[in-house]
Ligand binder design. Structure first.
Ligand code: NAI
Ligand code: MG
Length: 357
């Protein structure tokens, strides 16, 4: 019997459709090879071009349409001419919030052959999994803007840390550390943020009592950013707030080969709603339409999707094939110093997969 997985594909804008095509190519190959599974892809033309034509980023019943899928595969949204806060809030953040995707999973893993700006690091030294809180914190949109334009003007941006929201992300991180047998590091800032981060640290400790088998560390965010550069080995599983996670994972992306290689998953762990998988880069208007975008980040996020759907072996094969392509340096796109096109890079990953299986 076949497992049929319904995937909603939102290619989006700019290079989004170019890189997503390669990820779909990889997934389709797997479905050809593995008789247990089949993907049913439905494409949604939403994004900024859609906005220009229809005055909205997605269909009015867009969220209802997406609800019944097993996963969402997203390229990138955003394009010159449509304000970034519109494209972000009316599509990406809407999906993340409405589908309660409160876990943002970002692997920071240096593959062999990937460029790393640090001297003398070994591949094994950079192998982290960031678990970023994805639903509240500093990005809750809470605050106020008083006396606008007056001399006594005051703005407040409130960090929202609910017990439920804080506990569930920290618990997810402990579970992940336990399952993988890795260490867990919490990144916070309890010395200066005397409410939110003191609370965070307290919850991290409280929940830790249920996981005596998990080795933990707790760093201040400023120290953590230094260690990521000079002692990246310290980090395995990392749990942190929305804002700190946003910043540190970009730092991590730079360590592990740049935007062309950075993937991210927005997870609803209870699986009540679909989770969403995406390369973390944007629509790259500067190179869109030229067929030279790097598809490896999109392919890596397809690997995350496979893992989430329960095909860990396939997830592994995709990542290993990606690493082979990087190692051989034959079919790399210009951002990685090569001359390959987007589809040539995707084809090469598929070829390497055939050699692995
Ligand atoms: P960007 O990530 O699109 O591009 C930054 C730089 O990295 C550019 O020089 C681009 O050419 C390069 N780059 C990015 N991905 C690449 C890839 N796969 N292969 C080769 N080169 C790549 O960020 P930028 O320029 O700040 O934003 C452009 C648009 O994308 C904006 O409208 C922004 O709002 C949107 N955006 C959307 C995101 C999303 O949908 N998740 C995330 C970040 C930005
Ligand atoms: Mg970011």
């Amino acid at each position: 019997m076949k497992n049929i997985h319904k995937i909603a594909v939102i290619p989006g804008d700019g290079i989004g459709p170019e890189v997503i095509r390669e990820g779909v190519k990889v997934l389709q190959k797997i479905a050809e090879w593995d008789e247990r599974l089949q993907f049913q892809f439905d494409f949604f033309p939403w994004g900024c071009e859609y906005y220009v034509r229809h005055g909205k980023m997605m269909a009015d019943d867009g969220m209802e349409q997406l609800q019944s899928f097993d996963a969402i595969y997203l390229g990138a949204v955003g394009y010159p001419g449509v304000p970034d806060h519109v494209s972000l809030w009316d599509l990406l953040l809407k999906i993340r919030k409405r589908f309660d995707q409160y876990v943002n999973l970002r692997p920071i893993k240096l593959l062999q052959g990937a460029p790393c700006p640090l001297r003398d690091v070994r591949r094994e030294d950079i192998d982290m999994l960031f678990i970023r809180e994805n639903s509240e914190g500093e990005y809750a949109g809470a605050g106020d803007w008083l006396f606008k334009g007056k001399p006594e003007e005051v703005v407040l941006q409130t960090g929202v840390f609910s017990r439920k929201g804080t506990e569930r992300i920290i618990r997810y991180a402990y579970e992940t550390a336990r399952k993988t047998g890795k260490t867990l590091t919490s990144v916070s800032k309890g010395n200066a943020l005397n409410y939110s981060m003191v609370f965070w640290d307290q919850v991290f400790e409280e929940i830790g009592k249920e996981y005596p088998d998990v080795q933990t560390y707790s760093y201040l965010v400023d120290a953590a950013s230094m260690y990521m550069i000079n002692q990246p080995k310290r980090f395995q599983i990392v749990v942190t707030s929305n804002l700190f996670g946003d910043i540190l994972t970009d730092l991590g992306a730079a360590l592990a080969g740049g935007l062309g290689l950075a993937a991210g998953a927005n997870i609803n762990p209870e699986r009540i709603y679909p989770s969403m998988f995406e390369p973390i880069h944007g629509s790259a208007p500067d190179i869109a339409g030229q067929g030279i975008a790097n598809p490896l980040a999109a392919i890596w996020s397809a690997s995350q999707m496979l893992e989430f759907l329960g095909y860990e072996e396939w997830a592994h094969v995709v990542l290993e094939a990606t690493e082979q392509v990087l190692k051989e340096q034959k079919a790399l796109t210009p951002d990685l110093g090569g001359t390959a096109s987007t589809s040539e890079a995707g084809d090469e990953v598929v070829l390497k997969m055939t050699e692995i299986i």
